[in-house]
Ligand binder design. Sequence first.
Ligand SMILES: Cc1cc2nc3c(=O)[nH]c(=O)nc-3n(C[C@H](O)[C@H](O)[C@H](O)COP(=O)(O)O)c2cc1C
Length: 376
Amino acid sequence: MPLHSRICDILSIQYPIVLAGMGGASVPRLAAAVSNAGGLGVLGAAACSPEELREWIREVRSLTDKPFGVDTLLPASVRRDPTDAAGAGKPSALELVSDYQAFADEFMRQEGLTKVARPRREPNVNDQGGPMFFSKEFFEEQMEVVVEEKVPVYAAGLGNPGPWMERMRENGTKVMAVIGSVKHALQVAAAGVDVVVAQGHDGGGHNSPIGTMALIPQVVDAMGGRVPVLGAGGIADGRGVAAAMMLGAEGAWVGTAFLATDEAGIQQFQKEVLVESGDADTVVSRSVTGKPARLVRNKWAQAWLDADKQPLPMPFQSMIAGPVLAAASHDQRKDIAPGFAGQGLGLIKAIRPAREVLNDLVSGAEQALAGAKQFT
Ligand SMILES: Cc1cc2nc3c(=O)[nH]c(=O)nc-3n(C[C@H](O)[C@H](O)[C@H](O)COP(=O)(O)O)c2cc1C
């Protein structure tokens, strides 16, 4: 039986496999390749300026006539007032930036890294001394582009897209939200999202403290069949897709498995790391964005542990980490900037075309689901 679920009808796609929005990795040609192969390609647009986001949407439209999605972040903590994050009586995150900058400078000196010319996406400081990149205004301007461009699918990678639901609905945009707990799933379901993505602790990037296997069925139960659920986190082959579906999900949101593809927007040395690494080679760290994120073990994440130093909250930590990781990426330092990845790493054996990865996820899931009959 061909792999099919309600998700295919809602999103107008052939297979219920969705490319996870991955900042810097899920670029237009990867999203288009996945959509053209019958899944749903989702742009990882979290770090795109509004202008870049518009360019990306137009580029993906030129590469596919199939539906595609846009993923950005809408973190509640930032949309309130991030400068409050430190708590009363403590120095504000903004006051700590210069001390933390010195820590980053010393790390760069020890590692022989030199600052590179400012990349387009480097965190910036606005006229009031607050961060522009990943600020409330930054996220809201991105959402204006999402609405104006009438994208087929929008995915909120963090936070609740509730305030934009009405305008997106008018455009016919289907809306998904990535969540890591039942409580958050209920909040986004109440806002009227079409699909909930339950992403567990095994996943790459920002993640939940709850393991994927435990999270999916609890979210499925909480949704009570009203909102379909995609499983996510550590799903890197067809058996993982099948397992998520056995837990009640109606498909999968897959990140890491699509990172080691020809079309992914990350650098070649980072793709090689994925092939070389195994199940135990990731850690969860706040050292990159200020929120817990799973990444390939590296010296930058380790430096914060060794110094017993708490990274700053989002969005301030990006101001510290951005230049360090840009310099390390420029120097192709596998030991410092290998990137985000999930625990399914050990299943990645080669860098391949995205179409091949999608086809294997589908056929592997079909085989595993058919084979399950042997146990009853
Ligand atoms: C390199 C990388 C970058 C990511 N960037 C984002 C992002 O910008 N927005 C987002 O919603 N999730 C992001 N994530 C999380 C993914 O959307 C997805 O939930 C996760 O990759 C699923 O787990 P898996 O990698 O084990 O498949 C990222 C993940 C990775 C691996």
